[in-house]
Design a protein around this ligand. Sequence first.
Ligand code: MD3
Ligand code: FE
Length: 217
Amino acid sequence: MTTDLFARFPQARASREEMAEGAVLLRGFARDFETELIAALRTVVAQAPFRRMFTPGGHQMSVAMTNCGSSGWVTDRTGYRYASADPETGKPWPAMPPVLCEVAVRAADRAGFPGFAPDVCLINRYVPGAKMSLHQDKDELDFGAPIVSVSLGLSAIFMFGGLKRSDKPRRFRLEHGDVAVWGGPSRLFFHGVAPLAEGDHPVMGPQRLNLTFRKIG
Ligand code: MD3
Ligand code: FE
């Protein structure tokens, strides 16, 4: 499995764009795996359906989420955390399908972070109008590891700020198959997603999925 997948990556052709120190955008990196990725996601979502969680402030998020891996990111009135069981079912999160892990590990390697070993994949689903406000990802213990993100479906405007909430965000369009790696100094930068525009993607329909691979331990 591993050798087959690796053999199909056209590494030399993948574009590599530096958004900030340690933040690398690999446009179209996941395109060759679209079919396998989508099939794997279907099996995850069948076991752990998307749900719109509540923030500690009591607001329901517009983005629907689920997870796979040994742990999953959750939020409710008591706070944000990683939990080994899905609070909806009480069962462990579905295992991370090998193809998801392979794409993330390979992208991290290409971006300059060899040996990435993600234990969590948070899966975000945006429908038109859904957004994610400016925030930092700091619920993980290991800030030395990067976060790898894979975008599928409708394109979104990603807002990328700095270490301070007041740093003016720059905008990047993330499209179907784009993979971004956020490590080094950019790991704790504020970021968010502008409200998703209406649309209908030929493969994914009227939605955007974003996968973020994390090492929490
Ligand atoms: C930059 N998700 O799940 S992915 C998130 O498109 C999240 O769903 C967005 O922010 C989405 O927390 C953006 C890109 C991303 C993820 C983590 C980062 C960018 C990052 C951590 C640090 C800096
Ligand atoms: Fe984030």
